[in-house]
Design a protein around this ligand. Structure first.
Ligand code: HXC
Length: 257
């Protein structure tokens, strides 16, 4: 199985597991990832997801170069569209996705991490968009999500040079949110996931949707979306519970209604 899904309570852990190819994404793996994204998105009992790479060397070392080598333009378009569907599915998922980047996150691997809501990295992780060195462009959303995350300058530096960044450099430019020693990465990612899983799933979905909208809209439209989601939150039991719990000085118990 190239994609494994396990559960730890309300948290799902998705592992891309093709360590013999440094977890490179071929079509079959992307199909399995897409199925996992759809299944988890439809499961209300899943409140947060951690995504990582199998083995101890790589998160995902990119799209599968051996498979892509002989593509016609039309096959390349289909391959890109499948990968983009995976990334967009993660971005649109109701739950937060946390990338636990345990090694190489190159090309499609960097794009996969970028589709997640939060990125944690191990100290030895490496980030980059090396497509230019293969005579191609990024194709799973990297040219769009990189500038949104790190600005045009860093995005162009990475995409045009194909250079790799160390984890500390990725942290400095805002590509990742935290860096941990190798053995601390999964515990820290799971700790954040459990923390997010205990929050209101409704408010979580609205917050994620509102921030996602910021990348695609002018500020007036974006604030309109924010206003509507804020209003909608007041139609929920979770809002009543969250505010009552604060005023009664007790922890809230959210039920997602
Ligand atoms: C297929 C890959 C692969 C990839 C590694 N492997 N990356 N196979 N596609 N992207 C395979 C190697 O061929 C090798 O197989 C095995 O994994 C171990 O890799 P090595 O190169 O021996 O390891 P190492 O010397 O440690 O180098 C690690 C590495 C290097 C720096 C990550 O493997 C590398 O540069 N990989 C390619 C990275 C890349 O260019 N990614 C972007 C791809 S394009 P064997 O059988 O020899 O043991 C892309 C486009 C996305 O992602 C959009 C598409 C629409």
């Amino acid at each position: 199985m190239a994609v494994e899904v396990t559960r730890e309570g309300a948290v799902a852990v998705v592992t891309v597991a093709r360590p013999e190819a440094l977890n490179a994404l071929n079509s079959a793996t992307n199909q399995l990832l897409l199925a996992a994204v759809r299944e988890l998105s439809a499961d209300d009992s899943v409140r947060a997801v951690v995504l990582t790479g199998g083995g101890d060397k790589s998160f995902v070392a990119g799209a599968d170069i051996a498979e892509m080598q002989g593509f016609t333009a039309e096959e390349a378009r289909r391959f890109g569209a499948l990968g983009q569907a995976v990334m967009s599915g993660i971005e649109a998922a109701p739950q937060p996705w946390i990338a636990a980047v345990n090694g190489f996150a190159l090309g499609g691997g960097c794009e996969l991490a970028l589709a997640c809501d939060v990125r944690f990295a191990a100290e030895k992780a490496k980030f980059g968009q090396p497509e230019i060195t293969l005579g191609i462009t990024p194709g799973f959303g990297g040219t769009q999500r990189l500038p949104r995350n790190v600005g045009d300058g860093w995005a162009k530096y990475l995409v045009l040079s194909g250079r790799h960044l160390r984890a500390d450099e990725a942290l400095r430019i805002g590509l990742v949110q935290a860096v941990f020693a190798k053995d601390e990465l999964m515990p820290q990612a799971l700790k954040l996931a459990q923390e997010l899983a205990a929050k209101s799933p409704l408010a979580m979905r609205y917050c994620k949707a509102a921030v996602n909208a910021a990348a695609d809209t002018d500020i007036a439209t974006g604030q309109g979306i924010e206003r509507d989601l804020f209003a909608l939150a007041f139609a929920s039991e979770d809002q009543s519970e969250g505010m009552a719990a604060f005023l009664e000085k007790r922890p809230p118990e959210f039920n997602g209604r």
